[in-house]
Design a protein around this ligand. Structure first.
Ligand code: NAD
Length: 499
């Protein structure tokens, strides 16, 4: 596949494309798209210095004006939605329909961030002292580092980038080494918008191509005020202590192991549709993919027959072709992990339906898999592990309390859902005694969140929140201000301290 015309149409300078040791492979057919030079430690250092300079200029620009730049970035994305989506499909393998959705998510966060740029509100509080006023103010934070995963190669950066920029910060982006071209393209589109905008410093956005070592350098650099890292729990375990040791701020968006509870009163038509998209969509490679189906014994047989039939016929194939619903896994290692998990599940007493390798004509170097439905006797160890592939483990329950306990019995806490027509069950699932996840849904699946809500999860998912609601506070520092406009100096708590 000749990727150069696509890169050129997105405004990517192609001078260094094809010149480097980092091979960029398309999961669609296993072909080499191109190669790139990774950033050296010295490149990282210089990028941080440039970002610091950009920060000093950008923090002076009023927030609504910063929002205007992001509004224009949104327009640039609108104008290039189709080629950018195509590049996303080529490089990470998700079907074009979902790739378009991912670019739409970037556009949505631009709109959100632009509106937000006029709403970075602080509070005023009643002071206990006469003639005093207390308030909190929010200020730009500093250099923001973003480490992103392969499966959302542009949207996750955009969530971080748009909020960071309206909050007054420059961003250094270390994308997945499996999807560097998407990063170069998204960055180039931002530069296109920034060139038309008076007052945008040159290095508001920078991309650092590389693997784990480049990410480690960002994590260790005390000049990076916030490190927002999206990826596996393994990566978060490595990054978090390094950032904490230098008292930096981290925002972690790590692995999920998401469950859906289906109760006796559930609308099974809706549940079956939601299961197909959540478990098989994106070839099971979303952090929010449905991995555990917890069904009431009375409806289990009926539902699982439908799910098994849907998995058996869902079109698996070339993600660039219309009609395909399940594209490839990212690489051979992902296929090996899927096969190993299915073998472990079988040994633990699971019954595996489907889940075999699919040979796709014209895509012989790609790793395509039919989604697997595994009926498990219990939540064995393998069910506690996130395998980034389309495997759905199904388990049954009799008492509603057991369903909630099963939902919460894994180390991760990202997304969860309940299908029920019973308001008591629904509200209990959403309550303090219900799902322990960052996302809890009723009568929709676990994946496919909107940007308006804060996104993220608890426990081994890392506790971070991105995108909507008040996630912007991650990218700013808060100052509490007390102003004395009286002619006396009373101390708080009534303390007397005079001579
Ligand atoms: P990964 O952990 O292998 O890599 C993610 C990023 O971290 C890459 O850029 C990688 O180069 C970098 N990295 C890896 N080790 C590092 C280290 N020691 N120090 C610094 N950087 C390091 O993950 P992946 O395979 O690209 O993506 C899949 C994983 O990401 C899944 O676990 C999925 O659940 C998770 N994910 C989570 C979210 C979320 O919002 N919670 C979103 C997308 C993906």
């Amino acid at each position: 596949m000749d990727v150069l015309p696509l890169l050129k149409s997105l405004g990517v300078p192609t001078g260094s494309v094809g010149k480097g040791v980092l091979r960029v492979v398309s999961p669609v057919d296993g072909s080499t798209l191109t190669s790139l030079p990774p950033a050296s430690p010295d490149n990282v250092n210089r990028a941080v210095v440039r970002a610091q300079e950009a920060f000093l200029a950008w923090r002076m620009v009023p927030a609504p004006r910063r929002g205007e730049l992001i509004r224009r970035f949104g327009d640039t994305l609108r104008a290039h939605k189709e080629p950018l989506a195509r590049l996303v499909t080529l490089e990470c393998g998700k079907i074009l329909e979902e790739a378009r959705g991912e670019v739409q998510e970037m556009i949505d966060i631009c709109d959100f961030a632009c509106g937000l740029s006029r709403q970075l509100y602080g509070l005023t509080m009643a002071s206990e002292r006469p003639g005093h006023r207390m308030a909190e103010t929010w200020h730009p934070l500093g250099v923001v580092g973003v480490i992103s995963a392969f499966n959302f190669p542009v949207a996750v950066w955009a969530w971080n980038f748009c909020l960071a920029v309206v909050c007054g910060n420059p961003v250094l982006w270390k994308p997945s080494d499996k999807t560097p071209l998407c990063a170069l393209a998204a960055h180039a589109l931002f530069l296109q918008a920034a060139r038309q905008f008076e007052g945008a410093p040159a290095d508001l956005s920078q991309v650092l191509i590389g693997g784990a070592d480049t990410g480690k350098a960002l994590a260790a650099d005390a000049r990076v005020a916030l490190l927002s890292a999206t990826g596996s729990t393994r990566m978060g375990r490595a990054v978090a202590p390094v950032v904490a040791a230098r008292f930096g701020r981290s925002l972690l968006e790590l692995g999920g192991n998401n469950a859906m509870v289906v109760t006796a009163s559930a609308d099974l038509d809706l549940a079956a549709q939601a299961i197909l998209f959540s478990a098989a969509g994106t070839a099971g490679q979303r952090c929010t993919s449905l991995r555990r189906l917890l069904v009431h014994t009375s409806v289990a047989k009926k539902l699982l027959v439908r799910v098994g039939a849907a998995f058996g016929k869902v079109p698996v194939g070339n993600p660039l072709k219309s009609g395909t619903l399940v594209g490839p896994l990212i690489d051979g290692a992902a296929w090996d992990a899927m096969a190993a998990a299915l073998a472990r599940a079988g040994k633990a007493g699971g019954t595996v339906e489907h889940g075999g390798r699919v040979r796709v004509p014209g895509c012989s170097g790609g790793f395509y898999a039919r989604p697997a439905l595994v009926k498990m006797p219990a939540q064995h160890d393998v069910v506690h592990t996130e395998t980034f592939a389309p495997i759905l483990y199904a388990m049954t329950w009799r008492h509603f309390d057991d369903a909630i306990a099963m939902n919460n019995a894994v180390p991760q806490g990202l997304s969860s859902a309940i299908f029920t027509s019973d308001v008591r069950e629904a509200e209990t699932f959403l309550s303090a005694t219900g799902s322990d996840c960052g996302i809890a849904n009723v009568n929709i699946g676990t994946s496919g969140a909107e940007i308006g809500g804060a996104f993220g999860g608890e426990k081994e998912t890392g506790g971070g929140r991105e995108a909507g609601s008040d996630a912007w506070k991650n990218y700013m520092r808060r100052a509490t201000n007390t102003v004395n406009h009286s002619r006396a100096l009373p101390l708080a708590q009534g303390i007397r301290f005079t001579i």
